[in-house]
Design a binder for this molecule. Structure first.
Ligand SMILES: O=C(O)CCC(=O)C(=O)O
Length: 256
């Protein structure tokens, strides 16, 4: 039987905007995913349709690393282009939890492997996801899946419990980032969420969250798998992209 949230966990998700679920995948499968990431970053595995972003300080020449793979910050579209990551994005344990939250018709909005190399990975400032995304209703759900033990030292996720109920907050541009205006939250409200490799943080697209820099000597690799109900609508110009279908049907006038 695939994993399910208990009634208490589901209530916590609605109340707090997040829930941590450990042991979504057995260790051998997490090892295989880590090995696959290493093949892309350090082993010369062809990128295919995968999109890569480098740490901005490295791009600007402010920081150098021994190997180019040590400076990668983000890799998009692995679920669409890599067999192991597609299996993860469609994993029954993840999808059955999403079905409890989003209902039976589910599309993937994005998947981004987020890398914080040791002593290089930088901060991702306090933000909500929905203000970045052209999707209504603003109630997408992401599973931030930890490929390494994610700790306060290496930059695990930190959230403001219940902050999703404040609605979309004003964001401002700062160097290399787009963050919630500091007048709208207090850092004392944040809760840091350690997660073991193989576990995930399920979180609402309006919850304010951030990750600290990686100040440790260990990698922090995680993949953000973001899903939406197929009843969602696309709010930018045009019809929008055809999103990766996770399960169920598409509805007229809704995301394709
Ligand atoms: O993993 C990170 O460092 C940031 C993740 C994040 O902010 C997100 O998935 O929305």
């Amino acid at each position: 039987m695939p994993m399910q949230l208990t009634a208490d966990q589901l209530e916590a998700y609605y109340r707090d905007g997040y829930v941590v679920v450990e042991d979504l995948l057995p260790p051998a499968e997490v090892d295989a995913l880590r090995e696959r990431v290493h093949e892309y970053t350090h082993g010369g595995r062809p990128w295919g349709g995968i999109k890569v972003q480098i740490e901005p300080r490295i791009e600007r020449g402010e920081l150098t690393v021994a190997h180019p793979g040590d400076g990668i910050r983000k890799i998009d579209f692995l679920v669409q282009n890599d067999d192991l990551f597609r299996k993860l994005g469609l994993h029954p344990n993840i999808v059955s939890i999403l079905e409890q939250i989003l209902g039976p018709d589910i599309k993937m909005f994005r998947n981004s492997l987020l890398l914080k190399p040791p002593e290089v990975g930088s901060v991702k400032g306090m933000h909500q996801d929905s203000p970045y995304w052209p999707i209504e209703h603003m109630s997408l759900c992401s599973c931030w899946f930890a490929l390494d033990d994610a700790t306060p030292e290496n930059g695990t996720m930190a959230v403001i419990p219940g902050g999703h109920k404040r609605g979309p907050l004003p964001h401002v541009n700062v160097t290399d980032d787009f963050v919630v205006d500091e007048r709208y939250y207090d850092m004392a409200e944040t809760v840091v969420t350690p997660i073991r490799a193989g576990g995930g943080l399920f979180f609402h697209s309006l919850i304010p969250h951030y990750t600290a820099p990686n100040r440790s000597t260990k990698w922090r690799r995680a993949i953000a798998l973001s899903y939406m109900s197929a009843h969602s609508t696309y709010t930018d110009e045009g019809e929008g992209p055809v999103y990766f279908n996770v399960q169920g049907q598409t509805y007229p006038g809704c995301v394709r």
